[in-house]
Design a protein around this ligand. Sequence first.
Ligand code: ADP
Ligand code: MG
Ligand code: ZN
Length: 474
Amino acid sequence: MEYEAVIGLETHVQLKTRSKMWCACANEFGADPNTRVCPVCLGLPGVLPVANAEALELTVLTGLLLNSSIPRFAKFDRKNYFYPDSTKNYQVTQYDKPSTLGGYVDFEFEGAIARVRITRAHLEEDVGKSTHFDRFSGVDFNRAGVPLLEIVSEPDLRSPDMAFEYLNALKDILHYGGISDCDMEKGMVRCDVNVSVRPKGETKLGAKIEIKNMNSFSGVRRALEYEIPRQIEAVKAGKTLRQETRRWDDDAGITEPMRTKEDAHDYRYFPEPDLMPFEPSDEWLAKVKARVVELPLVRKQRFISEFQLPAGDAEVFKNDVPLGDFFTRAAQGSRNPKGVANWVINNLRSKLSESNTTVAEIQFNPGHLQALVDLVDSGKISSKIAQEVFADVFATGESPGAIVERKGLAQVSDSGAIEKICDEVIAANPRSAEDFRAGKAAALNFLKGQVMKLSKGKANPAMAGEILERKLRA
Ligand code: ADP
Ligand code: MG
Ligand code: ZN
């Protein structure tokens, strides 16, 4: 019998706010332990939380980017549990009335567009971070109370690779939307992986195994690559899988049991008494809607449909937003957008890295690039000369037309002038001329090269070739 995997992901993302979720402490990674704390995020008795307005906006903005519906009533609840890095002994989260419901993420997978449905995204708070030393453990509360968004997917994923691509697509969306910096190294995105197996064709779900606290996408993929065959083998051996939580041991490359359903917590959720429910007004929603950006996949598809770019180029411009925006402005109205794309990807990109600058810092007007491509396409300058002009535009910001004019770089397409140079070259290279007449076609290229050299790269190469050939055959 054939088996298939069923995967659903719970992705936790730290929101990009200046301050924490309920207090004015900085939401900042890397400060000395316990220097970004106050009575509120330390969970001292008697304090009152105040909801971070930007976190509420970013949550709803995420919903809009994920095609979710935005309920007009959301509230916060207390999820009670004891944990050393959560001094309050509860986490404030959204339980039955989250800020966003439903939605989906479309992404490229195996040459097609895959869709994973989103169950909900709810707003909660991060906890502190424990560090275990030889003889003792320490807790850093700088992270406690950082706004955390949990994005829950439906069990629509079917393979480790698909989970990996979904996570990358989700991260791209959140990054585009300014929701989160999504810096994995700083733990800004973490993920719980739920996976079960079932016979292919079966519609009922198998027992859910949850792998907790994954902090890299490749880790998620590796954990699934281990866990799925493990489950399938167990089922094939006649064992009954039971719902349980497992932990991923990255060094050993295995998952191991943590706890079973029997010792599942009863979190005793109840409405957070210190916070009002959140009921967004029309004006507030309009303000958030105005922050919606084009989705990465839509952007990539636009580069393909609007400018007829190959998928590889479109992918570059999807991943590098400033570069793609520069291209868009340079290609607008151009007869040769692919030519413009080549210059941006091959030349501009390397110039930027060479000079260690960003698109925002350069004085290169995008219109100048379009003009440069036009100069080449119309035969006004050769592509070799264009390299020189490009370097000048990059260095000075001057227009290509002005540079060509000032430096006298225009391609010579005057047949009289080219004829003269061809005569000179033939006279100076009798052996090559003889070779060509004797049938060595390559000799023409050499002579053509000499014409280009003598004209300082300005002779129209096609014309030079034609004229040389005509003269040699005469
Ligand atoms: P819980 O209430 O324990 O958090 P949920 O039903 O809310 O469980 O689901 C949590 C995540 O697990 C979701 O992403 C969901 O898609 C996924 N999931 C639920 N059941 C299964 C299953 N049988 N196999 C794989 N994933 C599942
Ligand atoms: Mg859960
Ligand atoms: Zn604080």
